[in-house]
Design a protein around this ligand. Structure first.
Ligand SMILES: Cc1cc2nc3c(=O)[nH]c(=O)nc-3n(C[C@H](O)[C@H](O)[C@H](O)COP(=O)(O)OP(=O)(O)OC[C@H]3O[C@@H](n4cnc5c(N)ncnc54)[C@H](O)[C@@H]3O)c2cc1C
Length: 651
């Protein structure tokens, strides 16, 4: 029987409908594609779609939709689409190709992700992500992405945390850059053909709804300050994650949450905001003046061994500490997965060792990542071939040569599993508004496994959204081009301008960045790697106090109708205050530990996360209730029909 859903309704009286197709897991997506409504080629040209974002999800979606014949408008705040943050991804991209013949399969990739996410993701979506992963690799290879190859010419792979197979395709330590160049070339092809119109240096400042449907955006031209209106039949947010709430994170300083947050305030539910991944291998903070931290890819844990001295406060240089005085604590505690335990586990273990006084370096807030043994075994050249650019980057930042001495690493804010709630079709709770890539709450549950974000972002953009969006657009073919003269655009633009003027008019003494830094510290201290009720409650008070100070003492020089980077920052920080409040509220609500969400009160006797499946096997999707009013939580109960919910163990 044909799969049919009412694509306009994924909530009924507040109850969330995820629209997972019926039938066996492995056939859901095939069945969906075979019965979804289509739009014929002549009608596609008449339909306009706005895509915000040009990372792997956005560039993928814009070029695939352009290729299909839709009229696409693509926006990003960078000067070029190829500077989207996906460019920073280092280690690799997963796929279930099983080129190694090591027992991998779509099912195993699905299972690893469900388990890795600590049983807090939807089975149907995760299986589909694993299923399209193979198409993603074929697609990038066809686009000319130079993935590493083995001696025989076959694509090479390596391992990432939380798995026992080798399924990660890579281009040295610059996989994101190479994939994005591929995506950028497919995007450019569509720009040249006139199917995609590119709007760089634009920031979406609000979403416009007409009769409850997403019909356009208000954007600011970041070079001229001009406020623009853009209309479409559907809007796709591919705007990335919000890891920058910690101020210090592995993300580019410009990455922000504003697009998703504006959509949330217009009715899109925000799911699991407190599920934030802290990455274990980052260059530790060197001083108070830093504005970001640098990631050292997880792939390094394939060959690097993590250790601290066995003696507290041992201040000898790493190379002077003999083998028997080193504690390879991950190998000791997790013999099965060793250095390749998932990120949440590795991060907490590093923190535990440092808090117990075994950390290294001047601050004691670092552990060693040592390549001595791998270099001895494989030779320097082999290590250089795999990670050369990462080693160079590390040396440039720290002055230490990792071929000679261990790297020093410490956890830092990295990836957000939380995001806009979407159904199986990747549609938010606003009809016609889609969220893809890191911007949605996605397929990673409470913890993302390494190299699965590029996979999910690319799968969403190239292969999933282009199939699902037609189910909505098929009913829109008779809707004529939407005019930006409509009162809804007028009202949204007025609101945007008023807010910009409000920010400029405060004329206080403190910069947006200084507020961001203080907010980030509150978040890191009370809602970071480890959380507890007392700290979370304190964080809520501190955030509200700081927010009040922000609106009283912010300084933004200049006007809004010109290039004004301070104003850009101020708007984003204003949104962070609101998002962090929701994030902490979500963390307080979830009285269990799962994946990266570790509540001190809920742990096993040996310090591992203790889930409460009876009460919390759900997605917490929050509805905005208005300024100053508490958000309303809706539950999407998660059902596990294929996998048994076990205690996640990597021992
Ligand atoms: C240092 C680092 C290394 C990583 N390494 C890996 C890895 O090896 N493997 C892996 O799988 N994952 C990795 N990740 C995670 C992965 O890179 C990201 O999750 C993924 O690239 C996100 O892609 P995206 O398309 O969702 O968004 P992004 O690439 O973040 O793109 C967001 C886009 O949205 C646009 N945008 C945002 N807001 C607005 C707005 N208001 N108006 C207009 N435009 C807007 C931006 O201009 C940009 O074009 C890494 C992440 C970091 C930080």
């Amino acid at each position: 029987m044909a799969f049919q859903v009412d694509q306009k309704k994924n909530t009924i009286m507040g109850k969330l409908i995820s629209k997972i197709p019926d039938g066996p897991l492995a056939q859901k997506w095939t069945k969906y594609k075979a019965s979804v409504k289509l739009v014929n080629p002549a009608n596609k040209k008449k339909l306009e779609i706005i895509v915000i974002g040009t990372g792997l999800s956005g560039a993928g979606a814009a070029s695939a939709l352009g290729e299909l014949g839709y009229s696409v408008k693509n926006f990003c705040y960078q000067d070029s689409p190829r500077r989207a943050h996906s460019v920073a991804a280092q280690g690799g991209i997963n796929a279930a190709k099983n080129y190694q013949g090591d027992g991998d399969s779509i099912y195993r990739l699905f299972y690893d992700m469900i388990k890795g996410g600590d049983y807090r993701a939807r089975e149907g979506n995760v299986y589909r992500a694993a299923e399209v992963s193979n198409e993603v690799i074929d697609h990038y290879t066809a686009l000319g992405v130079p993935f590493a190859r083995d001696y025989g010419g076959t694509l090479d792979t390596r391992s990432f945390g939380g798995v026992q197979v080798s399924r990660t395709f890579y281009s040295k330590g610059q996989t994101g850059q190479q994939c994005l160049l591929g995506a950028y070339s497919s995007l450019n092809r569509q720009i040249k053909k006139g199917n995609v119109t590119m709007f760089p240096r634009r920031e979406m400042l609000d979403l416009v709804l007409i009769d409850g449907k997403a019909r356009g955006i208000i954007a600011r031209n970041l070079l001229t300050g001009e406020i623009e209106r853009h209309a479409a039949h559907a809007v796709v947010l591919a705007t990335g994650g919000y890891g920058t709430i910690y101020y210090m994170s592995t993300l580019a300083v410009n990455s922000n949450a504003s697009a998703a947050w504006k959509a949330h305030k217009k009715g899109a539910f925000f799911a699991n905001p407190s599920f934030v991944q802290i990455h274990p291998t980052c260059v530790p903070q060197l001083n108070e003046f830093q504005s970001k931290l640098t990631l050292m890819s997880e792939s390094l844990r394939n060959d690097g061994r993590v250790w601290v001295p066995k003696t507290k406060g041992d201040s000898r240089a790493a190379n002077e500490i003999p083998e028997e005085e080193r504690d390879y604590y991950l190998e000791r505690r997790y013999p099965t997965f060793g250095n390749l335990v998932p990120r949440d586990v590795a991060s907490r273990a590093a923190k535990e060792r440092c808090d117990a006084g075994f950390g290294v370096g001047e601050t004691g807030l670092a552990v060693n990542l040592d390549f001595r043994d791998s270099i001895k075994k494989q030779g320097k050249k082999a290590i250089e071939n795999k990670y050369g650019n990462l080693f160079e980057m590390y040396k440039t930042i720290t002055g230490i040569d990792p071929y000679e001495e261990p790297m020093r690493i410490y956890p830092a804010g990295h990836y957000t599993m939380g995001g806009l709630w979407v159904d199986y079709e990747l549609m938010t709770t606003i009809p016609g508004l889609y969220a893809i890539g890191e911007a949605n709450f996605s397929d990673h549950g409470a913890n993302r496994l390494g190299a699965s974000s590029l996979m999910q972002a690319s799968g969403d953009g190239y292969f999933i959204l282009p199939n699902t969006i037609s189910n909505y657009l098929a009913d829109e073919i008779s809707v004529p081009k939407i005019s930006t003269d409509k009162p809804e655009f007028e009202a949204a633009e007025k609101e945007v301008v008023e807010r910009l003027i409000k920010l400029i008019s405060i004329k206080g003494k403190q910069t947006a960045s200084s507020f961001h830094k203080r907010l980030g510290k509150i978040m890191w201290d009370y809602c970071g790697m480890i959380r507890n009720e007392e700290g979370l409650k304190k964080a809520l008070v501190l955030i509200r106090e700081l927010k009040e100070e922000f609106w009283r003492d912010l300084i933004v020089p200049g006007t809004y109708s010109e290039l004004n980077m301070e104003l850009e920052k101020a708007g984003r920080v204003a949104d962070y205050f609101e998002l962090t409040e929701l994030l902490v509220t979500d963390a307080l609500n979830r009285k269990e530990s799962c994946g990266a969400h570790f509540r001190e009160e809920y742990q096993t006797p040996d310090g591992e996360a203790l889930r409460n499946d009876e009460k919390y096997t759900y997605v917490a999707a929050w509805e905005y209730a208005g300024e100053g009013k508490p958000s309303v939580m809706h539950k999407e109960e998660l059902k596990f029909e294929e996998v048994e919910m076990n205690v996640r163990s990597y021992k």
